[in-house]
Design a protein around this ligand. Structure first.
Ligand SMILES: O=C[C@H](O)[C@H](O)COP(=O)(O)O
Ligand SMILES: C=C(OP(=O)(O)O)C(=O)O
Length: 357
């Protein structure tokens, strides 16, 4: 055996991590929370299958960094969700994993103390605790599945997942999604390309076999059945939006050609708003107008919303963090969120039940 050190040359250290099974034993899902997850997933399947006339709307902070603010947001959202539930099915964005263009804070699981200590074990505990609490309130949760291992720890609490613009083309993410137990939205690429999302939908509907871990944390060959509830998320890109009726029609054509499900989510943020939160309610209004004009394929929306407007950089002294303000992309505030959702409900409440008939 050669004495030359040839592996892990750029690895600083490795630490064992709690297993998914042990985390779930410490933080189990209650019957009430499990009902929220199961009924949330089913409502989304029914909307995608045309059995439920509502739109589903994934809304909430760009990222969670303060669990108290997230709980307050969830309580407000639950009240609003009940109020508009005849027309809109509201699901809270509970995003713990942030894909970065280059570098930056990677989210609450990766660095829960926001200080580059990367206490991932603590991050998993804090994240799971919050997801349990939100589901306990009766509010379903949505997240981005970014790390290919973390779903084993958290996905039993999630009603809808996204694969982000930076990972839609990744085989690892398509394989993982083919085994996830809920509907999954694939964003178009950051350059605006739709092909990557269409190809992802095709890939995810097939069974895959790949390397992963099981609930005991043992390295395993994971064999999946395929996920038939993949759909496209139009988020704009390459400096241009793609929520307008022409882009939506082109998306429908591409899905038709590929013989894939014509279920479209419009992301009102990201490149569809040039990351200016003030544009998000305008995108919501435009989508509402398209539906009033006869569109039948937009079945869902995504909105980045928090308690307070805008965003902030993470300060060196964390005491200086402003409460309820995003530390990643800028969000609309609660008052704007309530108004935009109520307006949408008012305009669509009589139209959606008759949609496509
Ligand atoms: O949704 C959040 C951001 O758009 C995404 O994480 C990329 O952020 P960045 O370009 O600031 O790294
Ligand atoms: C990172 C996100 O979006 P995108 O992948 O579209 O950039 C997000 O929704 O948090």
């Amino acid at each position: 055996m050669s004495g030359k050190k040839l592996e892990n040359l750029n690895v600083a250290s490795q630490e064992p991590l709690i297993t998914p099974e042990a985390l779930k034993q410490e933080l189990p899902l209650s019957d009430k929370a499990a009902d929220t997850v199961a009924s949330g997933r089913q409502a989304i399947y029914d909307i995608m299958d045309g059995k439920d006339h509502r739109l589903f709307v994934v809304l909430g902070p760009c990222s969670i960094h303060d669990v108290e603010a997230a709980r307050e947001y969830a309580a407000r959202l639950k009240t609003l969700a009940d109020e508009v539930s005849d027309t809109l099915f509201l699901v809270m964005r509970v995003y713990f994993e942030k894909p970065r263009t280059t570098v930056g804070w990677k989210g609450l699981i990766n660095d829960p103390h926001l200080n580059d200590t990367f206490d991932i074990e603590q991050g998993l505990h804090i994240g799971r605790r919050l997801l349990l609490d939100i589901n306990e309130m009766g509010l379903p949760a949505a997240t981005e599945a970014l790390d290919p291992i973390s779903p084993q720890y958290l996905q039993d609490t999630i009603a809808w997942s996204a694969i982000g613009a930076r990972t839609t083309e990744s085989q690892t993410h398509r394989e993982m999604s083919s085994g996830l137990s809920m509907a999954i939205g694939f964003k178009n690429g950051t350059d605006g390309s739709l092909d990557v999302a269409v190809n992802a939908m095709n890939s995810v509907s097939h069974p895959h076999s790949f390397l992963g871990i099981d609930q005991q944390g043992t390295v395993a060959v994971i064999r999946t059945k395929g996920n038939n509830y993949g759909h496209v998320v139009l988020r704009g890109g390459g400096g241009k939006p793609n929520y307008d009726s022409v882009s939506v029609a082109l998306c429908e054509q591409a899905l038709d050609k590929a013989k894939l499900r014509k279920s479209i989510m419009v992301d009102c943020s990201h490149a569809n708003s040039s990351k200016d939160p003030a544009i998000q309610p305008l995108v919501m209004q435009d989508v509402t107008h398209q539906i009033l004009e006869g569109n039948t394929t937009i079945q869902s929306l995504m909105v980045e919303s928090h308690i307070n407007w805008g965003n902030q950089s993470i300060p060196e002294n964390l005491d200086e963090l402003k409460y309820g303000v995003s530390v990643t992309d800028a969000c609309i505030d609660w008052e704007t969120t309530e108004k935009a959702i109520r307006d949408m409900r008012e305009k669509l409440k009589d139209v959606l039940p008759k949609r496509g008939k």
